[in-house]
Every structure is written in C-alpha cells, then in structure tokens.
Design a protein around this ligand. Structure first.
Ligand code: COA
Length: 389
C-alpha cells in the first residue's frame, strides 16, 4: 500500500470513479439505471454515509451504509447496514478493503449507530474486523394450490396503496414487538410508500395484517406478510394462492417460525434458500441498552471484552439484565470472567449459545454454570431479515 492512499468522504465528483470500480466488482451498471443509481448515491453522500479510499485523486475503493433500525428482542436498534463494498481489482489483496472498512466502522461510530450488519460476499475481511454471523434471510416455497385452500374467506381484505404505508408500519411494529422479533429491518415510511406504489407489487390489507407479493419468473413471491390472527393469516395466504391456476409455486421471504409453517401441509421445495448476514457491535453499552431481552430472566455477570478495532468496547464490563432490559456498565471487579472478542459478542447478541462460542474459540473464561442464564437472556426466536441490501 502506498502512502498516497487515504480515506475520504465520497462526493458527487467521485461517482464516475465509483461506478467504474463497482462495474469491475459487481458487473456492469445498465445505462438505464445510471441516473437512478446516482440519485440514490446522493442520499448517502448528503448524510455522510458514503466512504472511499483514494490513491492521489482517484477513487480505488468505496462503501456506503444505510441508516436502518433493526428489531432485536422486540425493540428497534439503530443499525448501519453496510453495502456496496468495492475495491478496484488492481488494488485488491493489499489491505485496501480493510482500510476502507475501518473507515466505515469509524463513521458508523461517529454517527452513533450501536450496531452494524452486512451481507458478506466473502467473510474473511469482515471477520478480521469483528463481524460474525448474526442471522439468515430465508426463502421458503409452498405449492400455490395448498395456500389457496387455507380458507379465511370471512376476513375482509382490500388492495393496499402508498397511502397505507403508515398503517403497514404500525402492523409490522405491533407484530415484532409482541413477537419479540430479532433481525427484521425497519424502512422509512417514504420507502414503504414507494414500494406500495410500484405496480409490480400487489399489496392487500386486512384489519390486522397485510401481504405484499409479486411475480417472480412464473412463480409468485411474497416479500412480506404480517397477520395478527389465524383467520387473517389464512385469508392473506389464500389470496396469494388464488393464483394457483397460473403459478405452481409461491416463494416466500418469511421467518422460520412464521405461522404459515404450521398451517400449510407441504413445502414446494424441501430446500429453503438461505443467505447469511453478519453483525457487529459498534458501541456495546448502547447496543445492550437498546435491545429487548427475554423477560423473566434476571442476570448479573462480568464480561471481559477485547475489541481490536473499536477500543471503546474493550475492558471489564458488568452486564445486568432484568425485566426485559439490559445494561452494560464498567466494572472494577478483578479475577476470571467470561471473555469475548468482537466476533463472540456479536454472535452472543444474535442468540448464539455460549457452548457454541466456547467450542469455536469465540468465548472463554468465567464459569460455564453461569452460561445458561446468559444464553436464556439473549435467546429468542431465530434472527432473520426479509430484505437484501
Ligand atoms: C472483497 C473485497 C472488498 C476485499 O478487498 P481487499 O482490498 O482485497 O481486502 P484486503 O486486502 O483488506 O483483505 C482482507 C482480508 O480478506 C481476505 N480476502 C479478501 N478478498 C477475499 C476473497 N475474495 N476470498 C477470501 N478472502 C479474501 C484477504 O486475504 C485478507 O485476509 P488475510 O489478511 O488473512 O490474508 C474486494 O476483493 C472486492 O472488491 N471484491 C469484489 C466485490 C465484493 O465481493 N465486495 C464485497 C461485497 S460484501
């Protein structure tokens, strides 16, 4: 690496360079999509969420991050969703990607995000920087004819449009807080309205639920479904399944614990599609304070955290969990305590049992007899995302 390499904020003047590196990384950007891509990029630029590495004046690497909220234990936690990590081919394998990602981490910290997540094309670089698997994006498939016969005919439903974005967000929030969900993203109301405005998406709304689906290569695909009752669940899935005379299969992005798995008899394809995403704590005390924990668990434990990249997380901490909330405060205690690095902490936050972390070298020390209380506090329904970003 030469000394001329430095981190910069990407500006509009850099975008031609970024597109060149991006095309060499992800494939060409169709001319028809260029304007839209630049419009999107400007939003990241305006908010200081687009970081690059330049060699002299030329951009040789870039990445940006979305300002999401992510559900953890039924509460929303601000999450920096890192995307579009690209390094020019002639600069790869020389530490440029790592320099870029360190800049991204620094910026997520400056902007006050307690956690960050990303979909890794390769895990190595992100693991070196403290990311670990946090959950999956699941796509299941069901025979359309089976869904069609789920019933729910007494439930009244109507087409949903952009004006229903606020109501959809309320229904999502209610489902994820009562279900103590972990993983799903919260999009801004304006983005939800755009999604509903797109005439390729078919939205239907009931009193206590909605579905949004579309065509996918001759099949139908459910992008999101929320139902507050069995009857609504049946009605919404049956509406999608009513397309069974044309589509054999309904693919669906849903949680592995979605009620549909208990309502429908068969899967169309026994192999669910999985995409793994990675998580990292940026500000450990803020991340612990923001998420929900299993209610009914009371816990007091010391943790030794060692974070090579974000030193504010390093040190002896005291973790208290009670009545569904947690706190991480500095501890002056000495002696043996549970030891975690950034990867171990991220995996624990995402509900990975300590026994797994110990067996993979991501946790050590402390008393294994205390592990089960810690596991119970962080445990819950499996963490999942519906969206790729
Ligand atoms: C992935 C990418 C960003 C890595 O950038 P880079 O500048 O080569 O990364 P670094 O040189 O800092 O490498 C950091 C570590 O990751 C490893 N690594 C990098 N690319 C890798 C790959 N494709 N497969 C496996 N390991 C890889 C390096 O070997 C190094 O580990 P080491 O120190 O143990 O040897 C770059 O190759 C790229 O732009 N690829 C195409 C687009 C892409 O896949 N982006 C990622 C989207 S999530």
């Amino acid at each position: 690496m030469t000394d001329a390499l430095r981190l910069v904020d990407i500006t509009a003047a850099h975008l031609d360079d970024v597109i060149r590196v991006r095309s060499r990384s992800f494939g060409p950007l169709a001319a028809a999509n260029r304007e839209e891509w630049i419009k999107d990029a400007q939003e990241f630029i305006d908010d200081g969420r687009f970081v690059g590495v330049v060699d002299g004046e030329e951009v040789v690497a870039a990445a940006r991050f979305w300002a999401f909220q992510q559900w953890w234990g039924g509460r929303q936690v601000p999450m920096a969703g890192v995307a579009g990590v690209v390094v020019a081919p002639e600069y790869r394998g020389r530490g440029v990607g790592s320099k870029l990602m360190r800049g991204v981490l620094q910026r997520t910290a400056e902007k006050g995000f307690p956690i960050t997540a990303l979909y890794p094309a390769t895990t190595v670089i992100y693991r070196h920087l403290g990311y670990e698997f946090g959950g999956h994006r699941y796509r299941f498939s069901f025979p359309a004819a089976d869904l069609r016969s789920l019933g729910g005919k007494d439930v009244s439903i109507r087409r949903a449009g952009p004006d229903d974005a606020g109501r959809l967000l309320e229904l999502v929030a209610e489902a994820h807080s009562t279900g103590r969900s972990s993983g799903p993203l919260v999009w801004a109301e304006s983005k939800v309205a755009e999604w509903l405005e797109d005439e390729d998406n078919f939205g239907y709304l009931a009193e206590d639920g909605f579905v949004v689906y579309n065509w996918d290569d001759g099949d139908l695909r459910v992008d999101e479904i929320i139902a507050g009752s069995e009857a609504t669940s049946r009605a919404l899935w049956a509406t999608v399944g009513s397309g069974s005379s044309i589509a054999n299969t309904v693919k669906a992005y849903v949680a592995p614990n979605d009620p549909v798995h208990l309502l429908v008899e068969h899967e169309a394809d026994k192999h669910a599609q999985l995409q793994r995403w990675m998580l990292r704590m940026v500000d450990a005390p803020a991340a612990i304070a923001a998420r929900g924990f299993a209610t009914g668990v009371s816990l007091e434990a010391d943790l030794d955290l060692d974070d090579a990249e974000l030193s504010g997380n390093t040190g002896r901490w005291h973790l208290s969990v009670a009545e569904g909330s947690g706190r991480l405060t500095t501890s002056t205690a000495t002696g043996d305590a549970l030891r975690l690095g950034a990867r171990g902490l991220a995996a624990l936050y995402a509900g990975t049992p300590l026994a797994t972390l110990r067996r993979s070298g991501l946790a050590a020390g402390g008393s294994t007899s205390a592990d089960s209380a810690i596991d119970t506090a962080f445990a819950g329904a499996p963490s999942y995302m519906l969206d790729y970003f």
